[in-house]
Design a protein around this ligand. Structure first.
Ligand SMILES: Cc1cc2nc3c(=O)[nH]c(=O)nc-3n(C[C@H](O)[C@H](O)[C@H](O)COP(=O)(O)OP(=O)(O)OC[C@H]3O[C@@H](n4cnc5c(N)ncnc54)[C@H](O)[C@@H]3O)c2cc1C
Length: 405
């Protein structure tokens, strides 16, 4: 019997359990898979210190349409399942208007700015430094005009937020990344970002730290969660409190208790490729909307957003387009896996994660919806949740129950 059950052993759930444990709470994590095997495994592995503005949609409907038509490989729409997502998407679009963004960005930025220090402390305690690079990531451009526009946008962010970056022109980039077979116009290095050579393994090392400090992780299905009297029970465990951190699966579970949480489901794909010569850090190809991340298993190519709630596609077009471009840039060999991995970025329409106590159920807490940056933000919002759990409501200001119905 524990005091708190944490549902989900992704980056968000494991970090939640660690933060609660550090404050003296006795926690157990329940997951049907080992820690870090789902979305927190499959991402591009970047701890994004530079992502001080959330992923908003273009306010201009024409740009939105071009995006929806897949012109830039950034978005692919599954038209069959789109209608189910339309209400959440409309709400996301309204949140992307300048007036709303002015309120969202300060909250979001406050979270992002805590990310590196929070991970640094966990990485050190978990002895996981071998998995992490502290040398930023490239935002690369094919054309001089593209690079100039990228640098202008980066300078705007530096002026407003004080972000660090350096710029490499064609020759400098080639010197820094000798494995490139053809030259690019240049790249911005977001130098304060960190990256990870095996995101799932990093979550696994945080989970091992939780166990070393006395926590328990058990295998079970969160769908069996029940309220019995004043306690919560699931998978043979009972506790006074339960935290739902099931990433993209969270809305389904909380709907059983009468909470409707709209979610925009942005699927991404990745695959590893054997490569003898690789990159010094991840590289996002801005013109093609793919990220190449050097990982322990090979070069991971990760795709952008497929708006779909259907089963993963056997025709992951964005990934295949990305792979074709990467083959012109690097000598990559055969894919490591028989099939690409796919997972869903759990995006909430307000772009901020939900970190709060359920309004109508004692002891039920929500902690999900980290969208494009949950690998970065898990330990940050975990700490906020733990503070709120101990009575400091100011810790979750702006991340709370306003979204819930
Ligand atoms: C292609 C791609 C690239 C990305 N790149 C980045 C990046 O570079 N940087 C970044 O910060 N973020 C990135 N993200 C986003 C990030 O991966 C997610 O926001 C984050 O992993 C969400 O973590 P989570 O713990 O909420 O969810 P998950 O990691 O999915 O964890 C949820 C857990 O719940 C468990 N679960 C679900 N249902 C049940 C059930 N019924 N019973 C028991 N257990 C259950 C699952 O097994 C899983 O372990 C990317 C995402 C994608 C798809």
């Amino acid at each position: 019997m524990s005091e708190i059950i944490v549902l989900g052993a992704g980056m968000v759930g494991v970090a939640t359990a660690l933060s609660l444990q550090a404050r003296g709470h006795d926690c157990v994590i329940v997951d049907r898979s080992p820690p870090g095997r789902e979305t927190s495994y499959g991402n591009a592995g970047i701890i994004q210190a530079e992502a001080v503005e959330p992923y908003s949609l273009p306010a201009n409907p024409l740009l939105l349409l071009a995006m929806a038509l897949g012109r830039k490989n950034a978005v692919r729409v599954d038209w069959l399942t789109l209608p189910a997502q339309v209400p959440a998407l409309l709400s996301y679009w309204r949140s992307s208007m300048p007036g709303s963004l002015r309120k969202i960005i300060p909250v979001w930025r406050g979270l992002i700015e805590e990310a590196i220090p929070r991970h640094a402390a966990l990485i050190e305690a978990a002895g996981a430094g071998n998995l992490v690079r502290e040398n930023g990531y490239w935002e690369a451009y094919e054309t001089e005009a593209g690079l100039a526009a990228g640098v202008l946008a980066a300078e705007r962010r530096r002026a407003i937020y004080g972000l660090e970056f350096t710029t490499a022109d064609r020759d400098a980039l080639q010197r820094e990344e000798p494995a490139l077979k053809r030259s690019l116009a240049g790249a911005i290095n977001w130098s304060a970002a960190w990256s990870c050579a095996d995101p799932g393994e990093l979550v696994g090392s945080y989970a091992a730290l939780f166990e070393k400090r006395g926590g328990r992780i058990i295998s079970g299905d969160a769908a069996s969660l029940e309220r019995s009297g004043h306690r919560w029970s699931v998978a043979g465990e009972t506790a006074a409190a339960v935290v739902v951190s099931l990433g993209p699966w969270s809305p389904q579970l909380v709907s059983r208790f009468g909470y409707h949480v709209p979610m925009v489901r942005k699927r991404g794909y990745h695959r590893h490729y054997r490569s003898d010569e690789t990159l010094s850090r991840p590289m996002m190809l801005s013109d093609h909307s793919v990220v190449m991340s050097p990982m322990l298993k090979g070069l991971r190519i990760a795709s952008a957003a497929e708006l779909s709630s259907a089963a993963p596609s056997d025709d992951p077009r964005q990934l295949l387009r990305g792979e074709a471009v990467v083959r012109t840039l690097l000598d990559i060999g055969e894919p490591v896996e028989a099939k690409p991995w796919s997972g869903t970025r759990p995006c909430l329409p307000g772009m901020l994660p939900l970190v709060c106590k359920a309004p109508r159920h004692e002891g039920l807490w929500f902690h999900f919806g980290h969208g494009h940056q949950g690998f970065t933000l898990g330990p940050v919002t975990a700490e906020r949740l733990a503070r709120a759990f101990d009575g400091d409501g100011s810790a979750i200001k702006g991340l709370d129950a306003a979204l819930l119905r």
